[in-house]
Design a protein around this ligand. Sequence first.
Ligand code: DGL
Length: 265
Amino acid sequence: MNSSNPIGVFDSGVGGLSVLREIRRELPHEDLLYVADSGHAPYGDKPNHRIEERALVITKFLISQHAKAIVVACNTATGAAVATLREQFSVPIIAIEPAIKPAAALTKSGVVGVLATSRTLASESFAKLTSRFGAEVEILVQACPGLVEQVEAGDLTGSKTRALLEQYLRPLLQQKADTIVLGCTHYPFLTALIQEIAGSQVTIIDPAAAVARELRRRLERAGLLSEQTSLGAEKFWTSGSPELARVVIGQLWRADVEVERLPNG
Ligand code: DGL
């Protein structure tokens, strides 16, 4: 494995771009490959074996593109597939999960709210997280059907997105949650709206920057940090419509991008 090889990142769709932007900030010289599995999104309402199947197909594809490490930029795929990926592939695999630990340390009201997909909230890894870090605080969970679709359509501020967020945040705020964990990588693109609805006294937690730092540590440890001095490039694929992806990825990534169709996607 060569340190100049790229890093592979994937999500059920465009949500993982919230992780990709932190990786770009942390590791400006790395080449990055990104797969948006939008043709199969949302993962949140699919059975585990379907998500695992997609994670395997995409990881194989990224490795065929010479990825030296894989970032699972999707909480739902972490819960459903990360153990299998680690069993089957020898490259470093870095995953994201809801940031319960920092939230439990930060809350003053003693109540933490977690927004995530139903699949993440039902996962074994989430149960482990809450039993490990949730002993001292109350953890309220809220599944958010429909939100991923809004972000996939690039609708970050419209009336339907706002109405969904108001509906999902209300019970958490009524029960005095002062810390909200974004447990799905699509949601950081809604942070401005979430903060507006929840109020400035509420802290919103997104673990993406911590994932990027962990990726750096893992690459360093494996001697795989790029020695390039020029800025790295990004390459995008989608299993959905490349035309739509070009528009929405362009909007979220804030640059004109080319998006290719994922082979056999
Ligand atoms: N972005 C995803 C996550 O972090 C998956 C959302 C979905 O496809 O349901 O959970």
